[in-house]
Design a protein around this ligand. Structure first.
Ligand SMILES: Cc1cc2nc3c(=O)[nH]c(=O)nc-3n(C[C@H](O)[C@H](O)[C@H](O)COP(=O)(O)OP(=O)(O)OC[C@H]3O[C@@H](n4cnc5c(N)ncnc54)[C@H](O)[C@@H]3O)c2cc1C
Length: 462
């Protein structure tokens, strides 16, 4: 049941907090309804507390999309979901053993009428509302039962994730169930005296609408961002060289400014075309480069490269400051995962550090609570670009750690890297030979294809 949480102590602490929080909610609801019969008071208190936990669990995801600091709460979704399921189970059992008395007729909304000497329909809608609640409860128990590392491994991450999207189905089932009982059954009852209306009716409706609103806003933001990336960042634009510096032996960083904002995600790449080669190059005047700078500054970007002696690289080396080049709209799928709870284990070979630089710089700026571990392999210390900055970032960002390696990467090193982490996601980047061999080692060690994200620096053999 560890699911990416480093140690059992953390897991027990989280569940302990959830127990106290659930008890506090149930207690508050119980205390606020002194006029009700104890039986109803309890099942309603347990049900309402469960609804609050479900609403919280479903708000964290969209909130984290809209407001990055909320990502630190994403890991709590699991405990909230589990404790919602337990409270929903309690609510169901209390009703079935109390009011319904395990009678399927009463469950479907019939009452024994002594004057008629037979069962008569209580109210339309009652049975359906109960069935909706029961369906929600069954879904919740399935999700609770699959909240384990074992289930993730057995089902595979994609199928497991699909199953977890069922949480939204539960929300709508529970909302319909609650709407009937709060706004119809106890207020427009045909046969019985109507008890005091539930004070939680309107707050509950507001919470439900807020969850739907948050989901809508997060969805709209994703669509807006995609559209912005596709339309406002032009296909090809001019960029001006504004800086060049050596960052390791035979390795250079170049910074360019752009007129239209360059929209990209940390880890993506672009293509840089020089307008006039200073030396002939059979491969032409452009190359693909991962962007090394953070995407927060859209007016400038940096790339870094090794000098191989090719005509193109010799041209870059001598290009006067203020020279114009052409850059493509950035793209690529080598980007950080949405799931902040999964530890990211990065393996960068040589100049493959560029997209990782963009990721760790961005994560530090945004104070992202994502665990990131970098294994940085180079032939020597002198060839390790950005080493000082990386060491500094590892010192200041408690979620980021760095391991340097000046020998070929083997299975033992990778096993050591992943040992403290559950359910990690791997990011492997660098020259094609290195990427292929690390990918093979990871597959042999049992990592599944969806858990290995790779970026091949095709064309680079250094
Ligand atoms: C998604 C992606 C991201 C990338 N990101 C980066 C990045 O961030 N940084 C980066 O540096 N590269 C990156 N690359 C690779 C980049 O596009 C180039 O292919 C690479 O830099 C090699 O270009 P080149 O001009 O040095 O060599 P090319 O001319 O393309 O030739 C390939 C190889 O031949 C050899 N060679 C060529 N000419 C000579 C010569 N005159 N003398 C001796 N040897 C020679 C070199 O060893 C060179 O590696 C990326 C590639 C991809 C696909």
């Amino acid at each position: 049941m560890l699911l990416g949480i480093k140690d059992r102590k953390t897991l027990f602490r989280r569940h302990g907090i959830m127990v106290l929080f659930s008890l506090a909610l149930v207690g508050l609801f119980w205390l606020s309804r002194g006029q009700w019969v104890p039986e109803m008071r309890l099942w309603r208190a347990v049900g309402d507390a469960g609804f609050v936990l479900l609403a919280m669990a479903l708000s964290i995801g969209p909130l984290a999309r809209l407001w990055l600091p909320a990502r630190r709460w994403v890991a709590w979704r699991r405990e909230l979901g589990i404790w919602f399921a337990l409270l929903a189970l309690g609510h169901g059992v209390l009703i079935l053993s109390g009011w319904v008395g395990w009678s399927w007729r009463r469950f479907l909304g019939y009452e024994f009428v002594p004057q008629l000497g037979r069962w008569a329909r209580l109210e339309p809608g009652f049975g359906l509302a109960n069935l909706l609640g029961l369906a929600g409860l069954i879904w919740a128990l399935v999700l609770m039962a699959t909240s384990s590392d074992w289930a993730v491994r057995k089902l595979g991450i994609a199928s497991w994730k699909w199953l977890q999207t069922g949480a939204y189905i539960i929300f709508y089932l529970v909302a319909l169930h609650a709407v009937y009982f709060l706004f119809i059954h106890y207020t427009v009852s045909f046969h019985r005296p109507v008890p005091d209306p539930n004070w939680f009716r309107y707050p509950m409706a507001a919470i439900g609408l807020a969850v739907i609103g948050l989901q809508g806003a997060a969805y709209a933001q994703v669509v807006r961002r995609r559209q912005a990336a596709e339309t406002s960042s032009v296909e090809v634009q001019k960029a001006i060289l504004i800086g060049r510096r050596q960052i390791a032996r035979g390795t250079y960083e170049m910074t360019f400014s752009v007129k239209s904002p360059l929209h990209f995600l940390a880890g993506q790449h672009t293509q840089v075309r020089v307008l006039k080669l200073l030396y002939p190059d059979p491969q032409g005047a452009s190359r693909v480069f991962s962007i090394a700078s953070s995407p927060t500054d859209k007016t400038r970007f940096s790339i870094a490269w090794r000098d191989t002696g090719s005509g193109y690289k010799r041209t870059l080396l001598e290009l006067p400051i203020k020279t114009e080049v052409l850059v493509d709209r950035p793209g690529g799928q080598f980007i950080l995962p949405d799931d902040i709870g999964r530890p990211v284990l990065m393996v960068a070979g040589g100049i493959g550090i560029t997209p990782i630089m963009s990721m760790v710089r961005w994560a530090a700026e945004k104070k992202l609570p994502q665990v990131m571990v970098l294994l940085y392999a180079n032939s020597s210390r002198e060839r390790a670009a950005y080493l000082e900055e990386l060491q500094e970032l590892a010192g200041t960002n408690k979620h980021f750690s760095l391991r340097n390696q000046y020998q070929p990467i083997d299975g033992k090193v990778l096993a050591g890297l992943s040992k403290p982490y559950k359910n990690p996601i791997w990011y492997v980047v660098g020259p094609p030979g290195m990427v292929d061999s690390v990918r093979l080692l990871l597959s042999e060690a049992g990592a599944g294809e969806p858990d290995i994200i790779i970026e091949n620096f095709d064309g680079y053999d250094g």
